[in-house]
Design a protein. Structure first.
Length: 89
């Protein structure tokens, strides 16, 4: 295995991580932004107010996107394992 192949595998792995994590991170960021705007407009400065809606939104997102995330990671793992004979030969 040469350096180019190793860099390609690493780049592909980082890209897969970004694709799989993006929906959950975007939902968490959006809910946090909405709660922050709500807190700013109502002058409620309770720090713990953001945690419950964020956790609930992320859990719902995991329930919705979980099968898709598992399928993407499964395809990537199968593809990576199938490339092992070509790397050794």
């Amino acid at each position: 295995m040469d350096v180019g192949t190793a860099i390609n595998i690493f780049r592909s792995g980082v890209f897969q991580i970004l694709i799989v994590a993006a929906p959950i991170l975007l939902i968490g960021m959006t809910v946090g932004l909405i709660i922050s705007i709500f807190q700013a407009t109502t002058s409620i400065q309770e720090q713990t107010l953001t945690f419950v809606p964020k956790i609930a939104a992320i859990l719902l997102a995991l329930m919705f996107f979980g099968p898709w995330m598992i399928r993407i990671l499964q395809q990537y793992t199968i593809n990576l394992i199938s490339q092992i004979p070509r790397m050794l030969g």
